[in-house]
Design a protein around this ligand. Structure first.
Ligand code: ADP
Length: 312
């Protein structure tokens, strides 16, 4: 059975529904991708590498991972820290704003748990996924050790996948982010960037420039997301532009890119070529944006995905 591990942070999500009422769920880019990969491709093993607390909310989070059939062997429990949290508020004009409590989250400590034994087990995976958000939340003092571990996995034949997912407020400044992204691009076998993610850091304005940027870094599998505009891929030889069918009634684009990543990688691990994998990925993302929140209701998603696959 093919296996992928996603490293990063899952957070407690709070959403104001009515005055004095909040709905609580769990979300985070790598978690979202691991969920959609498993939902779309149940035969692939999809695992998370993160650290949570020993508190009751963290225990609930772990239960949700298991419900989604995510491998939790590398979900470590930190003795003193708790999971990060954020609140989504929507104003009278429908504009969303976010408040985060994540600067001291357990997930920042995850590298401390990656000992030789864990790395040996991770070396059995086919892919190791890291995002720009994962890199931003790692305790800065653990960064060099983190890259040594990534290098170990790559040398053992694990494909390194990187989605830059740039969030300026998580970094001290652009130089810090660029330095970490440069490292990630140097190790990446596959990258799944959005044009927006690299415009500030590398002055990249469109998909074509982004593909050229990745080619210069010798990355042989590149899939550039650009919202409903297009998807452009590069397979080490050819650049291909893929048509995206725009969704008419977009409800919430949260986690569109995450769903895309999960379905794309699931398809690739299932042996599909890039063109077919992009079709599966765009289908999954197109369903997710018709639902509110990062994680669409399972039954609605599964049904729509199955119908969509039949029509592909
Ligand atoms: P991110 O969430 O990383 O910002 P994008 O906005 O680029 O990602 O969207 C990711 C993918 O979601 C796109 O490549 C596309 O497949 C799909 N998508 C996004 N917006 C739309 C839309 N309006 N109609 C159809 N598909 C969309």
């Amino acid at each position: 059975m093919k296996k992928i591990h996603f490293l990063g942070e899952c957070m407690v999500e709070l959403r104001s529904t009515q005055p004095n009422t909040m709905q609580q769920s769990f979300a985070g880019d790598v978690y979202n991708s691991s969920v959609y990969l498993k939902r779309c491709f149940p035969d692939i093993q999809s695992g998370l590498i993160t650290s949570i607390g020993e508190d009751s909310l963290s225990t609930k989070m772990l239960g949700v991972f298991s419900n989604e059939k995510i491998i939790t062997d590398f979900v470590f429990r930190h003795p003193t820290k708790v999971a990060g949290m954020y609140l989504i508020e929507t104003d009278e004009f429908g504009e969303r704003s976010f408040i985060y409590w994540r600067s001291d989250a357990a997930a920042r400590k995850v590298v401390e748990f990656l000992d030789d034994d864990v790395l040996e087990q991770l070396a059995e995976s086919d892919m190791f996924f890291v995002s720009g958000i994962s890199l931003a939340v790692l305790e800065p003092t653990t960064r060099s050790s983190f890259w040594d571990k990534v290098s170990f996995l790559k040398n053992r034949g694990v494909k390194i996948v990187f989605d830059p997912n740039y969030r300026p407020r998580l970094w001290v400044n652009e130089d810090e982010a660029r330095e970490q992204f440069d490292q990630a691009f140097a190790f990446a076998d596959i990258t799944l960037p959005g044009v927006e993610d690299l415009s500030d850091l590398y002055q990249i304005q469109n998909s074509q420039e982004l593909v050229e940027f990745c080619k210069a870094k010798n990355i042989s599998e590149v899939v550039v997301k650009d919202g409903p505009a297009s998807v452009v891929s590069y397979d080490g030889q050819q650049t291909t532009s893929h048509q995206i069918t725009p969704v008419e009634h977009v409800v919430d684009t949260t986690s569109a890119g995450d769903a895309f990543n999960g379905a794309y990688l699931g398809a690739r691990l299932s042996g599909y070529d890039i063109e077919k994998a992009v079709r599966y990925a765009a289908l999954a993302a197109g369903i997710v944006i018709q639902h509110r929140g990062a994680i669409a209701p399972k039954m609605a998603f599964d049904t729509a995905f199955k119908h969509g696959v039949d029509a592909l």
